[in-house]
Ligand binder design. Structure first.
Ligand code: C2E
Ligand code: MG
Ligand code: MG
Ligand code: MG
Length: 278
């Protein structure tokens, strides 16, 4: 009997599981201090038109950890969501993004740039999200027509009624909306024609195999055609090769983002790029 219970205890207590739990708790508490210490920064990835001109950028958050260095969003966004820190993190991202837009707005040569900011469920559906954003836009006198908010289909359909209300309110101010990672989420397309959306971003997974997979090429063509029929812009994400860009171009896609053009980088690089120095 003693032997039995010993075995049960052993299988119940899994030290590797315990250390994963500890590691997670440690990271959440570090994230909390990092938010206070303002250790999160925005990197910017340029967005290009057919001619290759920079028309805007997407803000992509990075954690500048004091010991571990740069931590990519894949390593902390879901933890931030699960631990309730995403609202604060998202708020800091929006504030940093707006202040960047404000800076560009006052600089000749940069004042045409648009900025895309990613939103997640916690943030978009948080009470006061719209009101706070409205307030920041008006206080800082931001030209809201140059702000694009991105979210996935999954975020959009999480609560379609609230989403509709938020989108309509912000749309009145001129804020624009993009569906990120399009083609990977929910498949009902009703909302596309009902809501005042502006842009579909073709998910990188379709762009990656474009020149090798007939199926991915067909999906990309279908997305582009549908977007045009609905009067939406199409942005291709994850464009890494000239062949991918040329195919997208031949199918009528007019906006591009990807390593072929630039990697996400601190804002200074984007501004040099824009000024033709790079
Ligand atoms: P996303 O919004 O779909 O952003 C595009 C991701 O693809 C970025 O990764 C970017 O660096 C990467 N990428 C861009 N071009 C290429 C390419 O040519 N090839 C490849 N292989 N990758 C490319 P990143 O910066 O690691 O961000 C990952 C995801 O984290 C984002 O995907 C977004 O969902 C999320 N994220 C990033 N910043 C924020 C934020 O401020 N708020 C929220 N809620 N989510 C964010
Ligand atoms: Mg995005
Ligand atoms: Mg994406
Ligand atoms: Mg994504």
């Amino acid at each position: 009997q003693a032997k039995n219970s010993g075995r049960n205890t052993a299988s119940f207590f899994d030290p590797s599981l315990q250390s994963a739990v500890d590691e997670r708790a440690k990271m959440v508490s570090e994230m909390r201090s990092a938010l206070e210490a303002k250790e999160f920064e925005l990197y910017y990835q340029t967005q290009h038109d057919i001619k290759g001109e920079v028309v805007g950028a997407e803000a992509l958050v990075r954690w500048m950890h004091k010991d571990k260095g740069l931590i990519p969003p894949a390593d902390f966004i879901s933890l931030a969501e699960e631990s309730g820190l995403m609202v604060e993190l998202g708020d800091q991202v929006v504030q940093m993004g707006l202040s960047q837009l404000k800076t560009w707005q006052s600089q000749p040569g940069l004042n045409h740039l648009k900025l895309s900011i990613n939103l997640c469920v916690e943030q978009f559906y948080h009470d006061g999200f719209v009101e706070n954003l409205e307030k920041s836009i008006s206080e800082q006198q931001i030209d809201a027509t140059r702000l694009m908010l991105e979210f996935t289909e999954t975020t959009l359909i999480y609560d379609l009624e609230v989403a509709r209300r938020n989108i309509l309110l912000l749309n009145k101010l001129g804020v624009r909306f993009a569906i990120d990672d399009f083609g990977t989420g929910y498949s009902s397309l009703n909302y596309l024609s009902e809501l005042p959306l502006d842009q579909l971003k073709i998910d990188q997974s379709f762009v990656r195999q474009l020149n090798d997979s007939q199926k991915d090429a067909a999906i990309v063509r279908a997305i582009i055609d549908m977007a045009h029929t609905l009067g939406l812009e199409v942005m291709a994400e994850g464009v890494e090769t000239v062949a991918q860009r040329d195919y997208l171009n031949s199918q009528g896609c007019t906006l591009y983002q990807g390593f072929l053009f630039s990697r996400p980088a601190p804002v200074q690089l984007l501004e040099l790029h824009r000024r033709g120095v790079m």
